[in-house]
Design a protein around this ligand. Structure first.
Ligand code: SIN
Length: 331
């Protein structure tokens, strides 16, 4: 890794694939294959980026983000944790597919042990599209990663002029360039020109304050997600309780399910099997005055796919449902 010693910050760019590295028919925005171009070649297309910081770039994987595994999450986290010990490195930018970007962001938010900026970005249009959004998103991600203001803020997502926090960011459009949002929580700030403007901050624990440590973790306990819908067959819960170490329910409304599902969930949690209730609704809070033994663990504002990450990490530390419920309140 060659990083220069001059007045510019040293930023490491980690390529993982996605549409930002996608190639298709020239000009076309929708027909392409993700994860084709190496991150160094993406950088070549970003006008003016080398004046922002000393950049060192390398791919650690190059895939469509739907193919990212939890082993990849661990690999990216370990990579950043190792490099962040180097005093010459000031920050990190990860290029990533947008489909599961928020999952990688949240996983890293809980497992990287550094205050140095870690910024994730991607693109909604492939590199070969007319008005590809990748170059500007990458430029802005470097602006954010080199900023003193980004230090200690947890893992950040830089996308389409906005800054989001890893915990609360959601993909809200499957094709528009303005694809991310924090819904009820707005955004954390903006990148405009070569400047960064913060207005908000998450109060939930992250990075250096997080209790999760991957030092001795090669594989995470498998957690499943079960989506409730009108007249959903309860047998899926029986099946998943045998094939996984925990279940996240994507419930209706405030994490609700019909009587048959609720009875089954009660039976599982009474036997100490971890069940987290989240909601399939786009925003809002899942909380309950009922006991964990009766209702299950509440996901708060975490959507099912993020509750899934937090439960997997919890299960590396404890199987106690009350303790897991307390952890969910803190993160
Ligand atoms: C992907 O997530 O890898 C493909 C879609 C995207 O990056 O927008």
């Amino acid at each position: 890794m060659i990083l220069q010693k001059n007045k510019l910050k040293n930023i490491v760019i980690i390529g993982t694939g996605g549409t930002i590295a996608g190639v298709g028919e020239a000009g076309n925005t929708s027909s392409y294959v993700a994860g084709q171009i190496e991150v160094n070649n993406i950088l070549d297309a970003v006008e003016g980026i080398t004046k922002l910081a000393n950049l060192s770039a390398e791919n650690i994987i190059n895939v469509d983000s739907c193919d990212i595994t939890q082993e990849d999450h661990i690999k990216i986290s370990n990579y950043i944790n190792e490099l962040s010990k180097d005093d010459n490195i000031d920050g990190f930018v990860i290029t990533h597919g947008t489909d599961t970007l928020e999952e990688t962001a949240y996983f890293l938010n809980l497992t990287v042990k550094t205050n140095k900026p870690v910024v994730i970005t991607g693109a909604m249009r492939p590199a070969t599209a007319t008005s590809a959004d990748g170059p500007l998103n990458l430029y802005q991600a470097v602006v954010l990663a080199r900023s003193e203001k980004a230090i200690g803020k947890g893992v950040l997502v830089s996308f389409c002029d906005c800054i989001y926090g890893a915990r609360d960011v959601h993909k809200v459009s499957c094709f528009r360039v303005n694809a991310f949002d924090q819904k009820d929580f707005g955004c954390l700030g903006y990148v405009r020109g070569d400047e960064v403007y913060f207005y908000n901050e998450s109060i939930k624990l992250h990075t250096t304050e997080s209790e999760f440590d991957l030092k001795n973790v090669q594989k995470l306990p498998y957690v499943a997600i079960a989506c409730f819908f009108a007249d959903a067959d309860v047998e899926i819960l029986d099946y998943l309780s045998k094939t996984s170490k925990g279940i996240v329910i994507a419930g209706a409304g405030c994490g609700e399910c019909g009587k048959i599902w609720s009875k089954k969930i009660k039976e599982l949690v009474k036997n100490g099997f971890p069940v987290v209730r989240s909601t399939r609704v786009a925003s809002g809070l899942v909380a309950s005055e009922k006991s964990v033994n009766e209702y299950g663990i509440c996901a708060g504002t975490l959507p099912p796919h993020k509750a899934h990450i937090l439960l997997s990490l919890c299960l590396t530390k404890t199987n106690d449902l009350e303790k897991i419920n307390e952890i969910f309140k803190k993160y």
